[in-house]
Design a protein around this ligand. Sequence first.
Ligand code: NDP
Length: 284
Amino acid sequence: MVILKGAEVSAKIKEQVQKDLMLIKEKTGRIPKLAIVRVGEKPDDLSYERGAKKKLESFGLETEVYPFPEEISHEEFKAAFDRINKDRHVTGILLLKPLPKQINEKEIDSIIDPEKDMDGISPENIAKIFAGDESGYAPCTAEAVIEVLKANEIPIKGKRAVIVGRSMIVGKPLSMLLLKENATVTICHTKTVDLKETCKEAQILVAAAGKGKMLNQDYVGKGAIVIDVGINVDEDGRLCGDVDFESIGEQASMATPVPGGVGAVTTAVLAKHLVKAAMDRLLS
Ligand code: NDP
């Protein structure tokens, strides 16, 4: 089984980002800036924030964290978010989710400027993904799966792809991106009957269920390519994916590890989106 390493995919994305960044600096004298908006101090948010900052800064991009207290009211947060949204020095925004219950997340999703919406949460960008229009932004993780396949020259056209998970941030948008690449796509979820059999038919199997090591060799067909989006903590406190990586070696032809797989590509896609936002602004 070939291990598909995220770092190699990320390095390829970095090359393109840096070419575009040189042009942006030359034309504007500025470096694109990502605003990372965080409410509260959840360990998952802090860990994603650290990873995103580190990756973007290593690509030569700027980041600024805008932290808010966990108990901030909806109205206060909305007003503050809108100021960041309208700040012309902010090129793109990453909003860490989920937000606390008192904040109406849907309303915030609907006010984010679609041109600054780096993780594809606005209704406009979601509509574009479903229409197969590439001018907007897809959620970074969904796009990262496509980047992993393309960077490793894995054909998608005509392949049977199965995704386990139907969230708005991974499963659903990814199904549209795979469809755009002409895969035949099945989406599985908790009500799927015969999950094992359905997964076994996949030539490309994407795990995005958020259930540590739930997919073992019984779910993987011979020669399948397995992309593991899951980030979980196992009983020993170690990071693990949704796939029982150790068990699938005989079945899968290629697979991404956790850590070191899709996660590393997600933040590289975030950098790619930020540079695209700056380029679009330059050309408009
Ligand atoms: P959600 O909890 O929002 O969605 C999980 C989905 O998986 C749901 O659609 C759910 O089905 C389905 N599911 C859960 N358990 C099962 C099961 N036993 N059988 C079949 N389907 C199941 O999670 P996210 O989409 O936000 O995230 C998924 C995973 O990806 C998590 O581990 C998360 O940490 C990780 N992640 C990784 C990122 C990265 O950069 N690599 C970024 C974002 C997320 P139903 O709809 O029926 O409830």
